[in-house]
Design a protein. Sequence first.
Length: 309
Amino acid sequence: MSGVAYVFPGQGSQRVGMGRALASAFPEARVVFEEADDTLGFSLSGLCFEGPEDELQLTANTQPAIVAMSVAVLRCYGAQDPSPDTPAFVAGHSLGEYSALVAAGALELADALRLVRARGQAMQRAVPVGEGAMAAILGLSEEDTAELATRAASDTGGVCQLANLNAPGQIVIAGATEAVGRAMELAAERGARRAIPLPVSAPFHCALMAPARAAMEPLIRDVPMADPDVPLVSNVDAAEVATAAEARDALVRQIDGAVRWSESVALMASRGVERLVEIGPGKVLSGLGRRIERSLKVRAIAEPEDLAA
């Protein structure tokens, strides 16, 4: 078995200008962005390359933009090295699971783009702007963070839950704005190193996303999907997925379920993975990989110079 895993980033890794140099240098990237534009019926490539930033940051645009960028990088990587290491696993952080399924041959790019466009729209509709929030709690255990989230929900009568278990001591909570604010106060009292509100437009991966899950489930159930050619680690369970049915189920449940990224990376490491290759914009997952398993070697690939290296 290969000692390599390909990991794909989620929302928050986007930036204006992503993909522009890649599309200039590689025809494989140009083809991906052209397909994205044709599939969605507007210039997603223009938003990625030129902005404006406020439009790129809209959830319904951000999600397909990150998938398109990630798949463009993947295709260029394969073209640069006709026989790159076949990964032992693929995995994606939240939204990145769609990119991982494309990489594993389970989902066609056009179908992935249509799904995540609808996913972004459904997530934004689920909670009116201002009524939900997310915050990163640094320096507390999962147990302590879960306890203070439960207390904040009780104190305020609003939802507050663990949303992203990113790495030891780095956990994101999500829920009603008042409840998340109360949890941040409790985190400071508990001795958290920091409690940081996140600049997001909706409270992802918590019970408030139930309407988005209901809207997306029939779309996910109906989309053509094959069994993955490469084992996928689903982020909602931190467990290996081998069939299309399992992959569909995981995509549905992750909408309002927590992203168990720390456990996902630990599972891959326990199965012999020694290297993580982060494919797509940003280097968030590379940094988390080092924190989760210090023995892992990590590399982020997003630009032509990364491919040349």
